[in-house]
Design a protein around this ligand. Structure first.
Ligand code: 0O2
Length: 193
């Protein structure tokens, strides 16, 4: 099924929501810049799989009302503190209403996944009422998550236990490195140091 067949006339609104959020994020001005920002409309196939996995009806209505990431934005920052600064800024934007904030950096998933997720509803403009998800993470964790995500689409994984253990070890090492990089940056910024 194509995205047009699944989302029908809602596809235009989802695209408006994506543009609205990208332009909102474009207004973020801080001394710690956002390194990159990616966005996507979830493919029809991935949406159907998610609805099935979560036990929802396979309908457009469920896709728009039960799942937050039909519109997904990913913000990549250099340092962990920047992730929290961007999140705080977004949480104070009047054009969006934050419905859930999931902090997988403070509370990582068992596989080692670390990211900050904001599930939200747009309040204004042509996409008002649309749900979306913004993920904010460091560049180092993004590198890890991109590789780890491939496991989800592989049915037969050779040496699966070993691979999952190694990925967990890498996630923990990356988190420790992110912390050290943050500390070094703070020390460099401290004029008394
Ligand atoms: P796609 O489009 O292929 O990326 P949420 O409710 O969204 O805050 P939760 O409960 O983890 O968080 O939801 P879900 O639906 O499991 O995950 C939402 C998205 O977060 C996923 O999208 C991933 O992009 C990312 N994500 C969550 N957990 C992991 C993880 O353990 N590893 C990686 N690599 N990414 C993760 P999808 O559904 O995979 O779709």
């Amino acid at each position: 099924m194509t995205d047009e067949e699944f989302y029908k006339e809602a596809l235009g609104v989802l695209r408006d929501a994506e543009s609205y959020l990208l332009s909102l994020i474009g207004q973020y001005r801080d001394s710690s810049p956002i390194i990159s920002c990616k966005s996507r409309i979830k493919s029809a196939q991935s949406m159907v799989e998610k609805l099935e996995r979560q036990g929802f009806e396979i309908t457009l209505q469920s896709a728009l009302e039960k799942v937050y990431d039909a519109v997904g934005i990913r913000i990549i920052c250099g340092f962990v503190d920047d992730v929290y600064h961007v999140s705080e800024w977004l949480e104070n934007c009047s054009g969006i209403e934050i419905i859930h904030r999931k902090d997988y950096i403070a509370y990582p998933k068992p596989n080692g996944y670390r990211s900050l997720h904001l599930c939200l509803r747009i309040r204004e403009g042509t996409a008002a009422g649309t749900l979306a998800e913004i993920q904010i993470r460091t560049m180092a964790i993004d590198f890890w998550a991109t590789l780890e995500h491939k496991l989800k689409y592989k049915h037969k994984i050779p040496h699966e236990d070993l691979i999952r253990r190694e990925l967990k070890r890498c996630a923990d090492e990356i988190a420790a490195t992110d912390m050290s990089m943050q500390t070094i940056r703070d020390m460099l910024a401290d004029e008394n140091f």
